[in-house]
Write a protein that binds this ligand. Structure first.
Ligand code: SF4
Length: 343
Protein backbone atom coordinates (compact mmCIF):
# COMPACT_ATOMS: atom_id res chain seq x y z
CA UNK A 1 0.00 0.00 0.00
CA UNK A 2 1.25 3.49 -0.84
CA UNK A 3 2.62 5.82 1.86
CA UNK A 4 -0.17 8.35 1.21
CA UNK A 5 -2.94 5.71 1.30
CA UNK A 6 -1.72 4.47 4.70
CA UNK A 7 -1.71 8.00 6.07
CA UNK A 8 -5.14 8.86 4.66
CA UNK A 9 -6.58 5.70 6.25
CA UNK A 10 -4.91 6.42 9.56
CA UNK A 11 -6.26 9.96 9.52
CA UNK A 12 -9.84 8.69 9.31
CA UNK A 13 -9.54 7.09 12.73
CA UNK A 14 -6.72 8.93 14.47
CA UNK A 15 -6.25 12.34 12.83
CA UNK A 16 -7.20 15.71 14.34
CA UNK A 17 -10.55 16.97 13.13
CA UNK A 18 -11.65 19.35 15.88
CA UNK A 19 -9.17 22.18 15.51
CA UNK A 20 -10.97 25.53 15.18
CA UNK A 21 -9.48 26.31 11.74
CA UNK A 22 -10.75 22.97 10.45
CA UNK A 23 -14.37 23.99 11.01
CA UNK A 24 -16.08 25.47 7.94
CA UNK A 25 -12.64 25.66 6.40
CA UNK A 26 -11.71 28.31 3.85
CA UNK A 27 -8.41 29.66 2.45
CA UNK A 28 -8.45 32.65 4.81
CA UNK A 29 -8.77 30.47 7.92
CA UNK A 30 -6.03 28.16 6.63
CA UNK A 31 -3.74 31.11 5.97
CA UNK A 32 -4.22 32.72 9.41
CA UNK A 33 -3.80 29.41 11.23
CA UNK A 34 -0.70 28.43 9.25
CA UNK A 35 0.96 31.76 10.02
CA UNK A 36 0.07 31.51 13.71
CA UNK A 37 1.34 27.93 13.89
CA UNK A 38 4.81 28.84 12.62
CA UNK A 39 7.15 28.30 15.60
CA UNK A 40 4.15 28.11 17.96
CA UNK A 41 2.33 25.15 19.46
CA UNK A 42 -1.27 24.33 18.64
CA UNK A 43 -2.44 24.71 22.26
CA UNK A 44 -0.95 28.22 22.44
CA UNK A 45 -2.41 29.22 19.07
CA UNK A 46 -6.04 28.15 19.67
CA UNK A 47 -7.22 31.02 21.93
CA UNK A 48 -5.39 33.61 19.81
CA UNK A 49 -6.87 32.17 16.63
CA UNK A 50 -10.41 32.24 18.02
CA UNK A 51 -10.28 35.87 19.12
CA UNK A 52 -8.43 36.95 15.96
CA UNK A 53 -11.07 35.36 13.72
CA UNK A 54 -13.86 36.89 15.76
CA UNK A 55 -12.38 40.35 15.25
CA UNK A 56 -11.07 39.83 11.68
CA UNK A 57 -13.37 37.23 10.11
CA UNK A 58 -12.14 37.75 6.54
CA UNK A 59 -9.51 39.42 4.36
CA UNK A 60 -11.50 42.65 3.94
CA UNK A 61 -12.02 43.17 7.68
CA UNK A 62 -8.33 42.57 8.28
CA UNK A 63 -7.28 44.95 5.50
CA UNK A 64 -9.37 47.85 6.75
CA UNK A 65 -8.14 47.56 10.35
CA UNK A 66 -5.25 49.55 11.71
CA UNK A 67 -1.91 47.88 12.35
CA UNK A 68 -2.35 48.85 16.01
CA UNK A 69 -5.58 46.89 16.20
CA UNK A 70 -4.03 43.83 14.53
CA UNK A 71 -1.01 43.93 16.83
CA UNK A 72 -3.20 44.09 19.91
CA UNK A 73 -4.78 40.76 18.89
CA UNK A 74 -1.34 39.27 18.27
CA UNK A 75 0.06 40.55 21.52
CA UNK A 76 1.52 37.63 23.49
CA UNK A 77 1.95 35.30 20.49
CA UNK A 78 5.47 36.56 19.65
CA UNK A 79 7.29 36.81 16.31
CA UNK A 80 5.37 39.98 15.52
CA UNK A 81 6.61 40.31 11.95
CA UNK A 82 4.09 37.53 11.20
CA UNK A 83 1.22 39.83 12.17
CA UNK A 84 2.63 42.77 10.25
CA UNK A 85 3.00 40.62 7.12
CA UNK A 86 -0.51 39.23 7.54
CA UNK A 87 -1.85 42.77 7.66
CA UNK A 88 0.28 43.95 4.74
CA UNK A 89 -0.78 40.95 2.66
CA UNK A 90 -4.48 41.50 3.41
CA UNK A 91 -4.18 44.99 1.91
CA UNK A 92 -2.46 43.61 -1.19
CA UNK A 93 -5.18 40.98 -1.52
CA UNK A 94 -7.85 43.68 -1.50
CA UNK A 95 -5.92 45.85 -3.98
CA UNK A 96 -4.80 43.20 -6.41
CA UNK A 97 -6.72 39.96 -5.86
CA UNK A 98 -10.27 41.09 -5.23
CA UNK A 99 -9.95 40.37 -1.51
CA UNK A 100 -9.20 36.67 -2.03
CA UNK A 101 -6.14 34.52 -1.56
CA UNK A 102 -4.91 33.54 -5.03
CA UNK A 103 -5.15 29.90 -6.09
CA UNK A 104 -1.65 29.49 -7.52
CA UNK A 105 1.62 28.81 -5.73
CA UNK A 106 3.56 31.50 -7.61
CA UNK A 107 1.03 34.23 -6.75
CA UNK A 108 0.85 33.12 -3.11
CA UNK A 109 4.64 33.05 -2.70
CA UNK A 110 4.87 36.59 -4.06
CA UNK A 111 2.96 37.85 -0.98
CA UNK A 112 4.69 38.97 2.25
CA UNK A 113 5.08 36.20 4.82
CA UNK A 114 3.93 33.34 2.57
CA UNK A 115 6.60 30.72 1.83
CA UNK A 116 6.39 27.57 -0.24
CA UNK A 117 5.02 25.38 2.55
CA UNK A 118 2.36 27.89 3.64
CA UNK A 119 1.36 28.25 -0.02
CA UNK A 120 1.07 24.45 -0.24
CA UNK A 121 -1.15 24.36 2.84
CA UNK A 122 -3.43 27.13 1.50
CA UNK A 123 -3.74 25.41 -1.87
CA UNK A 124 -4.37 21.94 -0.50
CA UNK A 125 -6.36 22.58 2.68
CA UNK A 126 -8.09 25.74 1.46
CA UNK A 127 -8.61 25.05 -2.27
CA UNK A 128 -8.42 21.26 -2.36
CA UNK A 129 -5.62 21.35 -4.93
CA UNK A 130 -2.63 19.06 -5.07
CA UNK A 131 0.32 20.85 -3.45
CA UNK A 132 3.16 19.50 -1.29
CA UNK A 133 4.03 20.98 2.11
CA UNK A 134 7.14 20.88 4.27
CA UNK A 135 6.58 22.31 7.73
CA UNK A 136 8.55 21.25 10.83
CA UNK A 137 6.35 18.19 11.49
CA UNK A 138 6.52 17.00 7.90
CA UNK A 139 10.30 17.48 7.82
CA UNK A 140 10.65 15.27 10.89
CA UNK A 141 8.42 12.49 9.52
CA UNK A 142 10.05 12.44 6.08
CA UNK A 143 13.61 12.69 7.35
CA UNK A 144 13.05 9.70 9.63
CA UNK A 145 11.09 7.69 7.13
CA UNK A 146 13.67 8.23 4.39
CA UNK A 147 16.72 8.34 6.68
CA UNK A 148 18.00 11.81 5.89
CA UNK A 149 20.82 12.04 8.38
CA UNK A 150 22.53 15.42 8.08
CA UNK A 151 21.61 18.87 9.32
CA UNK A 152 18.08 19.54 8.04
CA UNK A 153 18.62 23.27 7.80
CA UNK A 154 21.21 22.72 5.01
CA UNK A 155 19.88 23.70 1.62
CA UNK A 156 20.89 20.34 0.06
CA UNK A 157 18.76 18.49 2.64
CA UNK A 158 15.86 20.90 2.28
CA UNK A 159 15.97 20.26 -1.47
CA UNK A 160 15.95 16.49 -0.86
CA UNK A 161 13.01 16.77 1.51
CA UNK A 162 11.01 18.88 -0.94
CA UNK A 163 11.56 16.34 -3.67
CA UNK A 164 10.44 13.51 -1.32
CA UNK A 165 7.39 15.51 -0.32
CA UNK A 166 6.58 16.18 -4.02
CA UNK A 167 6.92 12.47 -4.80
CA UNK A 168 4.77 11.24 -1.92
CA UNK A 169 1.96 13.80 -2.24
CA UNK A 170 -0.98 12.03 -3.88
CA UNK A 171 -3.03 13.29 -6.81
CA UNK A 172 -6.30 12.75 -4.95
CA UNK A 173 -7.28 13.63 -1.40
CA UNK A 174 -4.26 15.85 -1.02
CA UNK A 175 -5.94 17.93 1.69
CA UNK A 176 -6.50 14.86 3.88
CA UNK A 177 -3.01 13.57 3.17
CA UNK A 178 -1.36 16.87 4.11
CA UNK A 179 -3.42 17.12 7.27
CA UNK A 180 -2.55 13.48 8.04
CA UNK A 181 1.21 13.89 7.69
CA UNK A 182 1.14 17.03 9.87
CA UNK A 183 -0.92 15.13 12.46
CA UNK A 184 1.44 12.17 12.34
CA UNK A 185 4.35 14.47 13.15
CA UNK A 186 2.46 16.18 15.97
CA UNK A 187 0.89 13.09 17.56
CA UNK A 188 3.04 10.04 16.75
CA UNK A 189 6.37 10.93 15.17
CA UNK A 190 7.21 13.33 17.98
CA UNK A 191 10.60 14.90 18.46
CA UNK A 192 11.41 12.72 21.46
CA UNK A 193 9.99 9.26 22.09
CA UNK A 194 8.08 8.79 18.83
CA UNK A 195 5.30 6.22 19.19
CA UNK A 196 6.57 4.08 16.35
CA UNK A 197 4.56 1.01 17.35
CA UNK A 198 1.38 2.93 16.59
CA UNK A 199 2.66 4.46 13.36
CA UNK A 200 0.88 3.54 10.12
CA UNK A 201 4.10 3.77 8.06
CA UNK A 202 6.46 1.91 10.41
CA UNK A 203 6.90 -1.06 8.06
CA UNK A 204 8.88 0.95 5.56
CA UNK A 205 10.34 3.58 7.89
CA UNK A 206 14.14 3.33 7.61
CA UNK A 207 14.86 5.02 10.94
CA UNK A 208 12.51 2.67 12.76
CA UNK A 209 14.02 -0.40 11.11
CA UNK A 210 17.57 0.70 11.86
CA UNK A 211 16.84 2.09 15.30
CA UNK A 212 17.85 5.60 14.30
CA UNK A 213 14.87 7.60 15.55
CA UNK A 214 16.98 9.16 18.30
CA UNK A 215 19.57 10.41 15.80
CA UNK A 216 17.24 11.73 13.11
CA UNK A 217 16.59 14.61 12.69
CA UNK A 218 20.16 15.43 13.62
CA UNK A 219 20.46 17.70 16.62
CA UNK A 220 22.51 20.68 15.66
CA UNK A 221 24.57 22.33 18.38
CA UNK A 222 23.11 25.73 18.93
CA UNK A 223 25.61 28.51 19.34
CA UNK A 224 25.25 30.18 22.70
CA UNK A 225 23.23 33.33 22.26
CA UNK A 226 24.58 36.80 23.03
CA UNK A 227 22.99 38.83 25.81
CA UNK A 228 21.60 42.31 25.48
CA UNK A 229 21.40 44.45 28.61
CA UNK A 230 18.94 47.30 28.74
CA UNK A 231 17.23 49.58 31.25
CA UNK A 232 13.47 50.09 31.30
CA UNK A 233 11.84 53.17 32.73
CA UNK A 234 8.72 52.28 34.70
CA UNK A 235 6.99 55.62 35.23
CA UNK A 236 3.72 55.71 37.15
CA UNK A 237 1.70 58.89 37.59
CA UNK A 238 -0.61 59.92 40.41
CA UNK A 239 -3.61 58.16 38.82
CA UNK A 240 -1.62 54.94 38.48
CA UNK A 241 -1.26 55.28 34.74
CA UNK A 242 1.85 53.69 33.30
CA UNK A 243 4.01 55.29 30.65
CA UNK A 244 4.55 53.27 27.47
CA UNK A 245 6.51 54.18 24.39
CA UNK A 246 5.99 52.98 20.84
CA UNK A 247 9.01 51.11 19.60
CA UNK A 248 10.73 51.82 16.30
CA UNK A 249 9.63 50.11 13.12
CA UNK A 250 12.75 47.96 13.15
CA UNK A 251 14.11 45.33 15.50
CA UNK A 252 12.35 43.04 17.95
CA UNK A 253 8.91 44.14 19.09
CA UNK A 254 8.91 46.66 16.21
CA UNK A 255 5.93 48.99 16.43
CA UNK A 256 4.72 47.53 19.76
CA UNK A 257 4.22 49.46 23.00
CA UNK A 258 6.81 48.88 25.68
CA UNK A 259 8.58 50.82 28.43
CA UNK A 260 11.02 53.57 27.42
CA UNK A 261 14.26 51.64 26.99
CA UNK A 262 17.92 52.43 26.75
CA UNK A 263 21.24 50.64 26.97
CA UNK A 264 22.45 53.36 29.33
CA UNK A 265 20.97 54.60 32.59
CA UNK A 266 22.18 58.07 31.75
CA UNK A 267 20.30 58.27 28.46
CA UNK A 268 17.15 57.01 30.12
CA UNK A 269 17.53 59.67 32.81
CA UNK A 270 17.94 62.37 30.16
CA UNK A 271 14.82 61.08 28.42
CA UNK A 272 12.59 61.31 31.48
CA UNK A 273 14.07 64.58 32.66
CA UNK A 274 13.17 66.09 29.30
CA UNK A 275 9.76 64.43 29.27
CA UNK A 276 8.76 65.44 32.76
CA UNK A 277 10.81 68.57 33.11
CA UNK A 278 12.02 66.82 36.21
CA UNK A 279 15.28 67.05 38.08
CA UNK A 280 14.50 63.89 40.01
CA UNK A 281 17.56 61.68 39.99
CA UNK A 282 16.58 58.75 42.11
CA UNK A 283 15.12 55.73 40.42
CA UNK A 284 14.29 52.57 42.31
CA UNK A 285 15.72 49.36 40.88
CA UNK A 286 13.25 46.51 40.50
CA UNK A 287 14.09 42.82 39.94
CA UNK A 288 15.60 42.06 36.57
CA UNK A 289 13.51 40.63 33.71
CA UNK A 290 14.96 37.94 31.45
CA UNK A 291 13.52 37.02 28.11
CA UNK A 292 14.91 34.75 25.44
CA UNK A 293 14.59 35.61 21.75
CA UNK A 294 15.62 33.22 18.99
CA UNK A 295 18.89 35.11 18.44
CA UNK A 296 19.71 36.77 21.78
CA UNK A 297 18.82 36.86 25.47
CA UNK A 298 17.39 40.07 26.83
CA UNK A 299 18.21 41.23 30.37
CA UNK A 300 16.11 44.24 31.29
CA UNK A 301 16.68 46.21 34.49
CA UNK A 302 13.48 48.06 35.37
CA UNK A 303 13.89 51.42 37.10
CA UNK A 304 10.83 52.77 38.85
CA UNK A 305 10.04 56.46 38.63
CA UNK A 306 7.34 57.87 40.80
CA UNK A 307 5.92 60.47 38.40
CA UNK A 308 3.31 61.66 40.92
CA UNK A 309 5.17 64.80 41.79
CA UNK A 310 6.42 65.64 38.37
CA UNK A 311 5.09 69.09 37.64
CA UNK A 312 4.38 68.63 34.00
CA UNK A 313 4.93 66.04 31.39
CA UNK A 314 5.45 66.38 27.65
CA UNK A 315 4.69 62.76 27.08
CA UNK A 316 1.50 63.02 25.13
CA UNK A 317 3.15 62.82 21.75
CA UNK A 318 2.22 59.93 19.44
CA UNK A 319 5.29 58.07 20.65
CA UNK A 320 4.21 57.95 24.30
CA UNK A 321 1.03 56.85 25.98
CA UNK A 322 -0.15 56.87 29.57
CA UNK A 323 -2.30 53.84 30.09
CA UNK A 324 -4.19 52.06 32.86
CA UNK A 325 -3.20 48.46 33.45
CA UNK A 326 -6.76 47.37 32.70
CA UNK A 327 -6.56 48.86 29.20
CA UNK A 328 -3.44 47.01 28.11
CA UNK A 329 -5.51 44.64 25.99
CA UNK A 330 -6.30 47.40 23.55
CA UNK A 331 -2.62 47.81 22.66
CA UNK A 332 0.04 45.65 21.08
CA UNK A 333 2.21 45.01 24.14
CA UNK A 334 4.90 42.26 24.20
CA UNK A 335 4.15 39.48 26.68
CA UNK A 336 7.17 40.03 29.01
CA UNK A 337 6.01 43.65 29.45
CA UNK A 338 2.45 42.50 30.10
CA UNK A 339 3.62 39.84 32.56
CA UNK A 340 5.75 42.38 34.38
CA UNK A 341 2.80 44.74 34.74
CA UNK A 342 0.50 41.97 35.89
CA UNK A 343 2.91 41.17 38.70
S1 SF4 B 1 7.92 4.63 12.41
FE1 SF4 B 1 8.44 6.05 14.02
S2 SF4 B 1 10.09 7.27 13.18
FE2 SF4 B 1 9.12 6.22 11.47
S3 SF4 B 1 7.64 7.69 10.71
FE3 SF4 B 1 6.59 6.37 12.15
S4 SF4 B 1 6.71 7.40 14.12
FE4 SF4 B 1 8.20 8.35 12.76
Amino acid sequence: MKFSTKLIRWHKTDGRKDLPWQQKKNPYKVWVSEIMLQQTQVSTVIPFYISFLKRFPNVKELAKSSEEDVMSFWSGLGYYSRARNLHKTSKLLVDKFNGKLPGSASALISLPGIGKSTAGAILSLGYDKRAPILDANVKRVLSRHEQIEGDLSKSSNIKKLWSISERLTPLDQCAIYNQAIMDLGALICKRSNPKCKRCPVKKDCLSFKKNLTKDIPKKVDKKSKPSKNVYWLIAIDKDENILLKKRNKEGVWAGLWSFPESSSKEKLRNEYQTLFKSKQKKLKSLPEINHSFSHFNLRAKPLLLNAENCMQHNSNSRKYKWIKKTRLKSLGVPSPVKRFLEK
